[in-house]
Design a protein around this ligand. Structure first.
Ligand code: GLC
Length: 691
């Protein structure tokens, strides 16, 4: 591996990488570096064909060229094209073209990637600090660069197998009746389900690690009762700790000095869902240990998974910011006839109280003997909250995987948990955004990921949810989530129940394949989702395709993402077998030649494509992961002469990931039209469905 590390100043220890590389002296290759008073600027002149890939969680295309992105973890629910930052900060970029190389800037404050925005042919990276590490990665191929980077940042988090089932969430489930009603809605209609999420309303006044006593008479019993039905409960944990006398987490945090402090050294105060809160100082390892151990309260109730939220950290307002807004309002109120600009000022003064940059400059972390202002390390906050939980699980549950994912993230967090892509909207364009974001996230090691299927904000429509689930069938995290006050979007709320049952049912049939592909990608630092270009580097058209993805080694997906579309154009980089699913068992097949095609895909259908000499293992489905029988598999594929497949099967909980017993080698060969299967495990049996 050819990675060069350039050290500037005294970088803050982020622990993004797991390998300590000796620094390289001399000038950085490829880039022109300029030092300004407060920053370093790196420039690269692009020709018309250079492309830019990476930057993890962001808006717009897979090729990032043409826009400006800012690494600055932001709680912003409007993921429109104009945005430069979402919840994560992932400073990994590959320049591909006349020269091909990767770069990673390990610096936890703002980094601005001007990808040909100011000057169409120039990449300009502004690192807003003098202290950082810059890694330059040179390898034989594009995919080798990604692999080298993934090796540098360490292995990806592995979720328990049940978390590969379909999951339902909604902000607004308040009590055990609500949760049981949702489970009944799924089970009565035989729509598969593995988990229900508990959003903030399950807590006692939004206090982390508490359970509302009015909502739950016996929480542990509810957890156990639903688990009996194959459904796990997954509670939310928010970053802010409610300021309330007598609340143990608050009292302990204050006493031990575990919270972030303001300029004067007092515990910093901001407002989020619980009202006024303190933020645990997750950059301090003692705080991490303390907070991480709190998850035990819920583990002891039988909980096996968590989602960490509001950990950019999101700030609704600070008392100081609010005061300033009031003063501004008062000042404007004094005038008898306000001008239009004053009116806008009035509006802004109130709306700018949320996530205000000024507030992020007004609190501090204690890292060893260093006191660091928050904005200098902003992008590390959510990462370290999730790390606190991940590290605690290692001791609390050493032999069992716990589901964990976060909203905010930084490179390195992928070792402790996944992410969901935050507050999207029930828009068709956000389905497309979901598709495009997946390979970029995988490049940064974030494999356990998915979007709020159906859309979080706004009212979904039946067709949007169906189409979104058809893509969600392939995302490791397959979760339907929606905001308080929006149309209810559990699958059983709609008219065409049969189609929902079928689509979600297909996911369960695909689990032997999807889980194997996930595990192999995680264990080998590979990608679960890839762009066509990664598999077909010699195909000059493949690089233009951003709405089809390779999923695992055998499949290509081409989701329909437009309303009322009854089909779509698909590009096949080689001859492939199209499978059209109406349900897990009702399928049709067609071998299609390389090139451009228009394919018809009715609303209740889902298509995918199998590469030649490849197959996928399918099981017969079930209503939850643990109910699947994976001892008999259907091998469904496209065989010209022979194909082999490595299947991964384990108990789905344990952590002996590399145990050779989990790997099964299946080979299918075709001689004189006769098919032969060989497999190193006699306990498995197969049905062949090979074309
Ligand atoms: C945030 C989360 C969202 C959650 C809501 C209430 O907006 O991103 O998923 O439902 O908070 O907790």
């Amino acid at each position: 591996m050819m990675i060069k590390r350039y050290i500037y100043g005294k970088p803050i220890e982020t622990e993004a990488v797991v390998k300590t590389l000796a620094p390289t002296e001399g000038t950085v290759p490829y880039l022109t570096a300029t030092e300004t008073e407060e920053a370093y600027v790196f420039e690269y002149d692009m020709n018309a064909y250079d492309r830019l890939y990476g930057l993890g969680e962001n808006v717009r295309g897979i090729n990032k060229r043409g826009h400006i992105y800012e690494s600055n973890c932001s709680d912003d629910p409007m993921h429109d094209e104009g945005k430069s930052s979402l919840y994560g900060a992932h400073n990994f970029l590959i320049i591909k073209g006349q020269k091909t190389f990767g770069l990673f800037i390990d610096m936890p404050s703002k980094v601005i990637f001007d990808c040909g925005y100011s000057h169409k042919d120039q990449l300009k990276i502004t690192v807003t600090s003098k202290d950082f590490d810059l890694y330059i990665i040179e390898e034989k191929s594009f995919t080798a660069i990604i692999k080298a980077f993934r090796e540098l940042i360490g292995p990806s988090y592995i979720a328990p197998k049940w978390a590969f089932g379909y999951q339902q969430s909604r902000w607004g489930y308040k009590n055990e009746e609500d949760l049981k009603k949702v489970v009944a809605g799924y089970r009565e209609n035989h729509i598969p389900l593995d988990a229900i999420y508990m959003d903030i309303d399950f807590m006692d006044n939004f206090k982390d690690f508490t359970i509302d006593p009015n909502g739950f008479s016996d929480f542990k019993a509810t957890v156990a009762e639903l688990k009996e039905q194959g459904v796990r409960l997954v509670p939310i944990v928010d970053a802010g700790v409610k300021i309330e006398k007598g609340y143990d987490v608050y009292e302990e945090g204050v006493e031990k000095g575990y919270f972030c402090t303001n300029e004067k050294g007092e515990d910093f105060v901001a407002a989020v869902w619980p009202g006024l809160v303190h933020f645990p100082d997750f950059l301090n390892k003692d705080t991490r240990k303390w907070f991480g151990e709190k998850y035990k309260i819920l583990l002891d109730e039988g909980i096996e998974g968590f989602w960490n939220d509001m950990n950019e950290p999101a700030i609704f307002y600070t008392p100081e910011g609010l005061q300033e807004a009031f003063e501004k309002v008062d000042e404007i109120r004094q005038k008898d006839n306000i001008g239009i600009y004053e009116y806008f000022d009035l509006k802004d003064s109130v709306s700018h109280t949320g996530n205000n940059p000024k507030d992020y400059q007004s609190f501090y972390h204690q890292v060893g003997d260093q006191r660091i202002r928050h904005d200098k390390v902003h992008n590390l906050y959510g990462y370290n909250m999730t790390r606190a939980a991940g590290e605690a699980f290692e001791t609390l549950e050493p032999d069992k995987r716990i589901l964990l994912f976060s909203r905010a993230s930084y490179i390195g967090m992928h070792r402790y948990g996944g992410i969901w892509t935050g507050d999207n909207i029930s828009w068709w364009s956000h389905l497309l955004l979901n598709i495009k974001m997946m390979p970029s996230l995988n490049m940064c090691g974030i494999l356990y990921t998915g979007a709020d299927l159906g859309g979080f904000g706004g009212n979904t429509t039946e067709d949007l949810l169906l189409r979104w689930l058809q893509f969600g069938c392939f995302t490791p995290l397959m979760r339907n989530h929606s905001a308080l006050g929006t149309r209810e979007q559990e699958a059983y709320q709609f008219t065409d129940l049969e189609s929902f049952k079928n689509i979600i049912g297909i996911r369960y049939g695909l689990v032997p394949y999807l889980y194997s592909e996930y595990m192999k990608a995680a264990l080998r630092n590979e990608l679960y989702f890839r762009t066509l270009m990664m598999d077909y580097p010699e195909d000059s058209f493949a690089e233009n395709v951003e709405d089809q993805l390779m999923v695992g080694e055998s499949l290509m997906v081409a989701p329909v993402y437009e309303q009322n579309a009854r089909g779509r154009y698909v590009y096949l980089p080689e001859e492939m077998l199209m499978i059209k699913f109406k349900s897990l068992t009702d399928r049709s097949y067609k071998i299609m030649e390389k090139g451009h095609h228009y394919i018809e895909v009715e609303l209740e259908e889902m298509v995918c494509f199998i590469k030649p000499n490849h197959f996928i293992p399918l099981c017969s489905g079930g209503e939850y992961i643990e109910a699947l029988d994976e001892s008999h598999l259907e091998l469904c594929g496209f065989i010209k002469d022979e194909a082999s497949y490595e299947l991964y099967q384990d108990d789905g909980f344990s952590k002996d990931y590399h145990n050779p017993a989990h790997f099964t080698h299946i080979k299918v060969s075709k001689e004189n039209k006769a098919l032969q299967v060989t497999c190193n495990k006699s306990e498995l049996s197969f049905t062949l469905n090979l074309h």
